[in-house]
Write a protein that binds this ligand. Sequence first.
Ligand code: 0A1
Ligand code: ZN
Length: 878
Amino acid sequence: MRTENEHTIFLKDYAPTPYRVVSVDMDFKITEAVTRVRTQMTIEPRAETAPGTPLVLDGDGLTLDSIAIDGLPLMLSAYAANEAGLTLVEPPFRRFVLETEVNLKPEENKKLMGLYRSSGTWCTQCEPEGFRRITYYLDRPDILAPFKVRITAPREVAPVLLSNGNLIEAGDAGDGMHFALWEDPFPKPAYLFALVAGALGSITDTFTTMSGRKVDLAIYCTHGKEPECAYAMDSLKRSMAWDEKRFGREYDLDVFNIVAVADFNFGAMENKGLNIFNDKLVFALPETASDANYANIERVIAHEYFHNWTGNRITCRDWFQLCLKEGLTVYRDQEFSSDERSRPVQRIHDVENLRITQFPEDGGPLAHPPRPDRYREINNFYTTTVYQKGSEVVRMLATLLGEAGFRKGMDLYFERHDGEATTIEAFLKVFEDASGLDLSQFARWYLQAGTPTVTANDSYDAASQTYTLTLSQTTAPTPNQPDKPPFVIPIKFGLIGPNGSPMGWTGVSGGTVKDDIIVLDGDTITLTFTGVANRPVPSLFRGFSAPVRLASSLSQQDLLFLARHDSDPFNRWDALQTVTTNLMAGSAAGKAPSNGDIDALRQAILDTLGDTSLDHAFKAQVIAMPDEAVIARQIGANVDPFTVAQSRKALIGAIVGPAADRLSAIYEDLSINEPYSPDAAQAGRRSLRNGLLSLLTAGSERGAALAEAQYYAATNMTDRYAALAISARNWTPAALALLGDFRTRFGGDPLVFDKWLVASSQAPDEGVIERMRAILAAPDFPRTNPNRLRSLLGSFVMSNPAQFARADGLGFRFVTEAAAEIDHVNPQVAARVLTGFRILPLLEPKRREAARAALEALKNLQGLSRNTGDIVDRILAG
Ligand code: 0A1
Ligand code: ZN
């Protein structure tokens, strides 16, 4: 039996290392069979270190081939080396140079951490703890050093040799070998190290920074894919300009390189001056990539670029502080996308994502604060909570401080901490110093897990023209955190009068209200507004000003009123989503919605569609039906996902039925004749059209045929894939044939194959698991590629709850059995797929037991990785 403490690392145990690294010189000699890595590091004891203190370096799977200090080989008694580390028993008590040599077999590295090969290219992934798979080192983010890296490799197989920083020398090395010498002058933690060697094509461009420096930009890829990198390059240049304009941040090296690789555990990685990308986030052509892919490429290119300041120049002291760089950088990329596209639509999109992925995490067995205080496996903490909730916390700071105050704090952050590895506390301190606010209670957002529920109740007294609003917060216990003292919750709000226009008041008492923001920082406040001429409808949490769940006493009528009149587009959208979610959740619990309710909802949707002041992308969000996961959360317990899916579909049918003619007419009107462009306006039009197709297919007889026709007529991937996915999700009569066609039409393209895998995993019919088993069992299925595995299994687990959580347990067993196999090859991917089991506590007892049994069987297997063991244990304990 594992116990929580075995391997658990606690934040409270943080201590600096007794030695620091002054500089690093690495020499890689790459050949087909092995890569020899020679590392020279200049090391010195810190002022407070006692003589004789051992030096302990991290290693993972390494074998030491030679070791010397200041050029002299070490005696065997002076050190101890094994797979997991290297200890110098009594290092010199002065500055010295430690030289080690190891030999690596990148070809055999299927974990994709450290140095590995992807389609023949040598590449690296070091965050968080991959550098120790390359050389013995103090592999932690608070050790910063300048690096010089020499790469020697066969010219034929690896004409391109890249590392961090600037190229300072390159040339012939004899015997068909050549070399390159790279120098990164900015001290950096080892997790930002990168090396690439291979036969790659590239596109190049330049960017002139605000101070007039010219930066050479390049994107490297497999030969032949160059034209597919254009949108990524365009996104990069726009990101560089935006960071100058919005945050005053200029790029600092002479070159910025991006490399696209086919095998990658994550989206992308911000290595200093050498970002490495999952190729799905670089390649885009209209025929093979959807509008959503384009938007994602733009977002992730920006995200990794923005890390240059938030992550690289200022990094994390330890991995508990991960959201210092991730939450802040997600906030920055969301702001970028808002400025480049539509702000309200971006906000809706980001909040939907938060509700579908982060709320379930925060309300389940894997809940943890944005800054956790313990972990067994850090790789399991690259979560939606650290990233997306981390971003929401930064956004709340910006809301509380105002735009100018927030910028002042950010400027101070860059000024005060440039070149440091720092903490959340230091981050909050700059905003305190810039604004004079006390943020000690606000800090709880970083320290406490769980989604608060805010309850709002109001009353109006016509005689005294007084409006009373009572707001209270509660947060359920989460693992290791039974009690939750109150959060500081900024509630951006407005009061709306009977004719739909904003209402003022003459006085307010009972709590803090600054302009349009109420700050709820206790358990409950009761605000009294005086001089309110009529009963208002409150619009609360405008722009989703805090990551909470709102339980309000508003009637369906009030919500529909907001949907029509709120000046805040986010709340207009949210009001309608709330009405729909409530009706679907109610119907799944056996409470059939009344005809009046349905008619009113349908009318609200039609009115939105007819409103010429709204753009297409916004309308598309409004007509999108709530995700099954959101409905399940609303039900809260004893969920039967099959009934949820049925109720959802039934309600869509009831809404669409009498409006089908009208909806099809709008659908027809929206077709596009101009050539494809991924721009926001065209993409918005397509998303509305495909949103209508989705409604019509789920809710009417005619949809299936429309989808089939659209599939064959499509001239771009957005429309073709939408038609395919909608057909598969609704399991239309043509679905199987369309899947077959799609498979052959794009046979060889791996990223399009992923789309086929996703669509295949979404089918709601009983046969879906059998078909997936067959896909996985095919001898040519690329079982070591994370994109393929996640497309099939990840999307099944996360987005097909009715089949994943089947009452007979078949879905659960299919996933645990597949995960057991993947775990031997790539534990990170296996662990991530298994996080889908976090819905367990929400399920009705029979399904819960079936899920538990599948996890127990997995847990009992021999040789499970720490990644998988950690996830399974936490879910079973929750
Ligand atoms: N820092 C990257 C995320 C990342 C994390 C781990 C990786 O390998 C296991 C790769 C990338 C980002 O935020 O984009
Ligand atoms: Zn990041």
